[in-house]
Write a protein that binds this ligand. Structure first.
Ligand code: SF4
Length: 354
């Protein structure tokens, strides 16, 4: 008999109903799992022994195993490399900001089919869409770790491995669990979904999640450069993307975050700052400049833009009234950029096989 995940609330409720267990017992299980971080069903003392046995026989708490866990030298960033039951590697990164704003970056796919040229995950291609419980387990693991440090998870971002709009239904259900008071209890605006620009997904997202944050991996202000580094632009070019984003803004009145990874000599020419300014000046936008992280796993093709150029880029954007932030680099010493650790591990395995 296949066991069900304790995080699959529909199946769990069905199981309880099938065994004529009163509905309030679900609330007690929920409280034990998500509020008291109990991982062993035997330790849920608020429910009767028969029910604990039923859970043991029919449910599992965690399918992912921790293959590797590393914390940066300053203690702020922890990277988790999880292994799925089908032996695939996925990553999550916990960032402990000094303000106490703990943010977890999670994966929604193992690998990614979008093949952005600067991204280690894109080099792995798509291995599989994660199931709901595999998404939730990443969060549970980090939330439990923070709890042991006397701290709490404040933000969740879908910016790890994979394109969330291509695994829409599990992502949708996961967000509703993140924001459920009796589960992770995060405000909607504390969850952000990042997409490389899958237009049908963005349109759906605007309808389903008007309060949830949206980030766009933009990385270039024109189609010529964007196409050269992001194959998605061949399917949804900038015009199509911006039309969809304008619809999103009209519907939600929310500011969109534009991610712009600064790659030396590729997308950091100062004239592009003017193009970016013109593209965003009348839009509700916030640009995040991300210094390229040249860690292992990206093939050594690219280098990071020097900091002073990023600052000049930012100054030019200011002329257009576009607000921007230069992201702090966190966890360079532990390959914290998306997909780097999984790709590195895969390369090591290949070398051993050769
Ligand atoms: S940047 Fe995002 S969409 Fe592009 S390949 Fe990497 S994970 Fe996929």
């Amino acid at each position: 008999m296949t066991k069900i995940s304790i995080h699959n609330q529909l199946q769990l409720r069905d199981l309880l109903q099938e065994h004529k267990i009163p509905a309030f017992r679900y609330g007690q299980i929920e409280n034990a799992i998500y509020k008291n971080f109990i991982t062993d069903f035997d330790e849920i003392q608020t429910i009767p022994k028969d029910l604990r046995n039923l859970l043991k026989e029919n449910c599992f708490y965690q399918s992912l195993t921790v293959d590797h866990e590393a914390t940066s030298s300053n203690g702020q960033t922890t990277k988790f490399l999880f292994k799925t039951t089908d032996d695939l590697l996925i990553e999550a990164v916990l960032m402990r900001h000094l303000t106490g704003r703990n943010t977890l970056c999670i994966s929604c796919q193992a690998g990614c089919p979008m093949a952005c040229s600067f991204c280690a995950t894109g080099k792995l291609w798509l291995q599989k869409n994660l199931q709901l419980h595999e998404i939730i387990e990443q969060v549970m693991y980090a939330a439990k770790l923070l709890d042991s440090e006397g701290s709490k998870l404040r933000n969740i971002v879908f910016m790890g491995m994979g394109e969330p709009m291509l695994n829409y239904e599990p992502m949708k259900e996961a967000i509703s669990m993140f924001c459920a008071q009796k589960k992770f209890d995060l405000a909607n605006r504390r969850v952000t979904v990042s997409t490389c620009g899958i237009v049908p997904g963005i349109n759906k997202f605007a309808d389903d999640f008007p309060q949830t944050g949206l980030a766009i991996s933009l990385h270039a202000p024109n189609d010529e450069i964007r196409k050269s580094i992001m194959p998605v632009d061949h399917t949804y070019n900038l015009d199509t993307l911006m039309t969809s984003l304008d619809r999103y803004t009209q519907k939600t009145n929310k500011r969109i975050f534009y991610e712009y990874i600064m790659i030396n000599g590729v997308n950091d020419h100062l004239k592009l700052a003017d193009e970016l300014g013109k593209l965003l000046q009348w839009r509700l936008a916030h640009v995040n400049f991300i210094p390229y992280n040249p860690g292992e796993g990206t093939g050594g093709t690219y280098a990071a833009t020097p900091r002073f150029i990023i600052e000049r880029f930012q100054k030019i954007l200011e002329k257009y009234g576009v607000v921007s932030t230069i992201r702090a680099t966190m966890g360079d010493d532990i390959n914290a950029a998306c997909g780097q650790l999984a790709r590195k591990k895969k390369e090591e395995e290949k070398k051993q096989e050769a």
